[in-house]
Design a protein around this ligand. Sequence first.
Ligand code: C5P
Length: 232
Amino acid sequence: MGKDVIVACDFPSAKEVFAFLDKFTEKKPFVKIGMELYYAEGPSIVREIKKRGHKIFLDLKLHDIPNTVKKTMSVLSGLDVDICNLHAAGTTKMMEAAIEGLTREDGSRPLLIAVTQLTSTDQESMEKDLLIKEPIDKVVMHYALCAKNAGLDGVVCSPLEAGKVHEVCGKDFLTVTPGVRFAEGDAGDQKRIMTPSQAKKIGSDYIVVGRPITGADDPVAAYNRCINEFVD
Ligand code: C5P
């Protein structure tokens, strides 16, 4: 898969997400389904959005014992999503089990990417709550390398980390980056942000964009602008 814009469909119900997706009559955007929508509507929401012709990143961030993650990944693989994810903090064994669970009988599987440290975690909370004393960027790169060695396809990271992840893990290791805003846009609660064209320059493979598209007066125009800046 090449560079693409993934739209974070953070809506509380199927009704709202379909009203939003109905606006896209030409190109069907790559859609991210997060916990809010998935837990509200269950697996049927994945099947229905897939049936409408969208690619899907199912962002459920699994983190449990290897056997549980393996079996759950096997269920998600059956939903025919394109990308799913887990927390690298679950350890290499858990990530390897996840790959096993995801892989179908014919050898195919959705892409699997890892969350390293959440962007809401800072150095202070990592040291205080998790007792991890190393610098956070070193921790992020270490988790990314563990994910690569476990056979994963990439990581979710800040666009500011994407260049370094490629240096450490190779250019084919995918970087999927939220925290994207238009130059004149409102940052909201995102702190370390980049524009779609800056994310392109730094080498992000996919940008994840939510409110700048879902909250725009003209969501289709905002989406097309992201595509123009990031892909074309
Ligand atoms: O609305 P906004 O563009 O900020 O949406 C970004 C999306 O990416 C949200 O669904 C958010 O949960 C997700 N995300 C993030 N930062 C991470 C991981 C995921 O913003 N580190």
